[in-house]
Ligand binder design. Sequence first.
Ligand code: PHE
Length: 470
Amino acid sequence: PGDFTLRGRASARVVIVGAGIAGLTVAYELGKAGYDCTLLEAGERAGGRNLTLRGGDRVSETSGPAQEVRFGEGVYFNAGPGRIAPWMLTMDYCRELGIPVETFVNNNAHAYVHTKGRTVRARAARADMYGYIAELLAKATNVGALNRTLTKDDKERLLEFLRRFGDLGPAYEYDGSSRRGFVKYPAVTRGIPLDPPGALHQILAAATGRAITNDFGYDQATPMFQPVGGMDAIVRALTAAVGPGRIRTGVQVTGITTRQNDVEVTWSGGAHTADYCVVTLPPHVLATVPHNLGAAVQAALKTPVPVAAGKIGLEYGRRWWEIDDRIYGGITETDLDITHIWYPSHDYHARRGLIVGYYASEGQAELYGALTPEDRLRRALTQGKKIHGEKYRSELLSSVSIAWERRPHIRGGWARWPAFDSSFTLLQRPSGRVYFAGDWLTYLIAWQAGAMESARNAVTQLHQRVLQSP
Ligand code: PHE
């Protein structure tokens, strides 16, 4: 990862279809190497799924009414990507392009876990699960159930670890822990503890497993990051670096023809000829565009399955999650159809703020996406109220929702390969003079870093070819 330069310079003409993060990255890197790039974008703006909504914006979907965004000054909603892991290429581009980043709080012990109709602080859910797991394993160790696996030294070391892991008592029992938090936190007095934890079977029945393990993932672990002021800072910086004049918006491509010596891209009312083409459309969208790239390419394009994904932004005039709940960033995980509630990791203590009232994918996203914006809101408020009470409805100022599977020209949150098979590798290589790029061509699907990695892969192959061609 990190700094990337195509070695040597070339001046071929490249037409790039789609000005999302993959297309912009292709144009940016080829531009640095001397290429003459033109981007064709079907939508009204560059960025693709990198979309930050602010007051005055308007969001439309393939059917149903458009939504006017009414957020107040300074309030924004990252309707697409929202978090970046530190090892991702996205961070390198933020550094190179001078985009300030700040911490995105992906795990907050003081946020809630809401499962089976009950709401507890994440720290309590975690302490109880770890506590009982540690107790069980200690018991098994102590009754000799693991004697065939563990030496005497192993057992001692394991028990020593389990005591810490679960905050166990002297007999290796889990009996609650200050890790669970307090009703009143310690100050000049010792603090008022929570009610004691439920019994083991109650803790298991609460099914908090998914909620308390999300940040174990290599792509979800703390710390994560976000650009200051909105994710679209990445789009703005890439657009400025590429040259806004190179991006033609409102151009919906209707044909891609690779020929012996060039490639032609057509749309209603126009055509563009170049030496090479990089197509960055989602595979399910590209599969609907007539082309002469062959049956194998077409079959491969039809292999990945588009996945629905949606979010709702809820704007409030009072940051009650900070004032009342002491939640500064992070996520409440739920087993409701909203899946999560995201609290903002920026502008703490500001007057207004915006939370993400649902972020769902697959079936749950389809369910919300099929509703009108008002019904999405109504449903999201009904669910969130179960956790946060009446203020969740009464203090709302405005909202906007997005269903990515219903966004024109995009038609999906992301794509899923049934298997990373020969279709996947086929499209990582050019077909004639046409190259493909997008997060869907990497193992980083649904990450901007995937789009960027794929863009680098395509331009590297293209450049090598240009340098070798007479
Ligand atoms: N990148 C998206 C997110 O962080 C979608 C995603 C989730 C992708 C989990 C992979 C794993 O929410």
